[in-house]
Design a protein around this ligand. Structure first.
Ligand code: MN
Length: 200
């Protein structure tokens, strides 16, 4: 999905059905957020590629080097790709496993302290954007706020986990209650995916 096929990027297939993330995220939210918002970023990106300097490049390369409309649509396609691929059906008491669990305790003291900081940075981001957990070059974990279409790749970080805080991500299910949406997402994080991104 992050490499073009015949000059175009393709919609990633979701690893779950639209209704499977309820009640954390409703089928209606998935139908709009994945089915319409992500599709539009993808269509806009694909429309901008032919004849440009970015034709045939990987999505990550485009995000690292583009600006303007190409950056915005490539960034939003990559951000949403990572967001939707990291979820699974909800379970209460869903907690990190493996290498990422060890790294979170080492860097933040406990999973609960990490959750508090991650949620606070997500709730405190003014306007539209994303809160990210990433690893730096030395493997240290960092939480960053990224506005609009930004991705930690542009800072030399390895992105591991992201919560979308654009209003379109939560308004159908949570209206203005962004903190409740952020708190709910922990139930659907697939920590195996996060471990794969870490390279554990
Ligand atoms: Mn979004």
């Amino acid at each position: 999905m992050t490499q073009p096929v015949n000059g175009k990027f393709e919609m990633p297939a979701l690893p779950y059905a639209a209704a499977d993330l309820a009640p954390v995220l409703s089928a209606e939210t998935i139908e709009f957020h994945y089915g319409k918002h992500l599709q539009t970023y993808l269509n806009n990106l694909n429309a901008a590629l032919p004849g440009s300097a970015f034709e045939g490049k990987s999505l990550e390369d485009i995000v690292k080097t583009a600006d303007g409309g190409v950056f915005n649509n490539a960034g939003q396609f990559l951000n949403h790709y990572m967001y939707f691929m990291q979820f699974k059906a909800p379970s209460a008491g869903n907690i990190p496993t493996g290498k990422i669990a060890e790294a979170i305790v080492r860097e933040f003291g406990s999973f609960e302290k990490f959750q508090e900081e991650f949620q606070a940075k997500g709730a405190g981001l003014f306007g539209s954007g994303w809160v990210w957990l990433s690893a730096d070059a030395s493997g240290k974990l960092v939480i960053t706020q990224e506005g609009n279409a930004q991705n930690p790749l542009t800072k030399g970080l390895k992105p591991l986990l992201t919560f979308d805080v654009w209003e379109h991500a939560y308004y159908i299910d949570y209206r203005n209650r962004r903190p409740d949406y952020l708190k709910g997402l922990w139930q659907i994080v697939d920590w195996n995916i996060v471990n794969n991104r870490l390279g554990a």
